[in-house]
Design a protein around this ligand. Structure first.
Ligand SMILES: O=C(O)CCC(=O)C(=O)O
Ligand SMILES: [Fe+2]
Length: 358
């Protein structure tokens, strides 16, 4: 059971990037200082730790669902593969996406479960899943997704206010009853001990597609590129602390104020590299029909941000793409089967702007 296995500690001699620690209980209580810290984290690095989120038990169960699923015979998992058309739900085999413009394959496998299927269960809203997922829908998946939605919706409400948007604006873009790309994910990365090239990412450098990600790690391997630098730095997992980050959709809605930062997954450092690495994530994404555009007309704060935004972002603020189009484009163009060189690679980019990854 990966959720409760004892792992070697994150090594002391490996530099890490500290994230601000945000206390979810204080955010719920509308503590002014804590909200100011959240704003700092979201507008500077776009990543923070979240403590007291109350979802630990469900996260443990999701690690088990992931392990049970990845233990299925390969052929059985492949019956649920996501395919090459930009559809995200289902199983992703190792190597199915590329990690760079040369088409180097990724080395992680994962299972994505749609929020829409969890809420419709036992009816099917988007697709069916492996038997191991169905068996744990009631006792693990549905409750993990419901609790994660609650956490992310609370954070969205706070951002709505801080951005000076009319009440309920962000909520209306993330309606629970509208089909969306929101999903839970469990990721498995095989051990990659000693001597392997750290620069060869297991999961490529990317910004997240949607609005908010709620991530749970046991081993190191996640790295962020701190804005204004060209260095990758590890984010150290801390027990009981989720790692939260801003995705592209919030960057666009906020005129670039909220930062969707580049990150990637590399082999865990030191002794940890001998172990299988597991992650559990919940991604909140806007409803499929929601247009991704800066909300400057609804908030002077955002209006000013749009005027001051860097050129590469301003172009993205007015693509006219819906959330579904944005998401499908990115998904589709990172599939190994669709990779035809640097142009296709560029076509899967989000809000990132960095010479190392463009
Ligand atoms: O596994 C991790 O730590 C990060 C995963 C991630 O960035 C993603 O799935 O988008
Ligand atoms: Fe990510």
């Amino acid at each position: 059971m990966p959720g409760i296995t004892a792992f070697p500690p994150f090594p002391d001699n490996v530099p890490t990037h500290p994230l601000l620690v945000i206390d979810y209980e204080l955010i719920k209580a509308y503590d002014k200082d804590e909200i100011a810290q959240l704003w700092k984290a979201a507008t500077e690095l776009g990543f923070w730790y979240l403590e007291n989120h109350g979802v630990d038990e469900e996260v443990h169960k999701m690690f088990d669902v992931g392990a049970e699923t990845m233990d299925l015979p390969f052929q059985e998992k492949m019956e649920f593969e996501q395919g090459d058309n930009g559809f995200s739900f289902g199983y992703k085999a190792s190597g199915a996406t590329v990690t760079d413009e040369n088409g180097s394959p990724d080395s992680v496998e994962f299972i994505n479960i749609a929020k829409d299927d969890a809420f419709a269960w036992p009816a099917v809203a988007r697709r069916t899943y492996p038997s191991t997922v169905n068996a744990r829908m009631d006792d693990a998946v549905v409750s993990f997704i419901k609790k994660s939605v609650e956490v992310n919706d609370t954070l969205l409400e706070v951002f709505n206010e801080l951005l000076g948007l009319p009440e309920g604006t962000l909520a209306s873009k993330h309606k629970l009853n509208e089909l969306s790309g929101s999903e839970a994910r469990v990721i498995k990365s095989p051990p990659r001990p000693g001597g392997m090239d750290e620069a060869k990412a297991a999961l490529m450098a990317h910004t997240d597609f949607g609005s908010l990600s709620f991530l749970h790690n046991r081993l190191g391997g996640l790295q962020v590129m701190v804005p204004g630098t060209d260095k990758w730095q590890y984010v150290k997992p801390i027990a009981g602390h989720a790692i939260c980050n801003i995705g592209d959709a919030l960057t666009i809605f906020s005129g670039g104020l909220l930062k969707s930062n580049l990150h990637r997954v590399v082999p865990p450092p030191g002794e940890q590299a001998y172990h299988t690495r597991w992650s559990v994530v919940y991604f909140t994404r806007p409803g499929n029909s929601v247009q991704l555009r800066a909300l400057g007309e609804q908030s002077p704060v955002i209006g000013r941000a749009v005027e001051n935004a860097p050129t590469h972002l301003r172009a993205i603020f007015e693509t006219g793409q819906t959330s579904l189009e944005w998401f499908t484009r990115r998904m589709k163009n990172m599939r190994t089967n669709n990779h035809k060189g640097a142009d296709v690679w560029r076509a899967q980019r989000g809000t990132e702007h960095h010479p190392l990854v463009v």
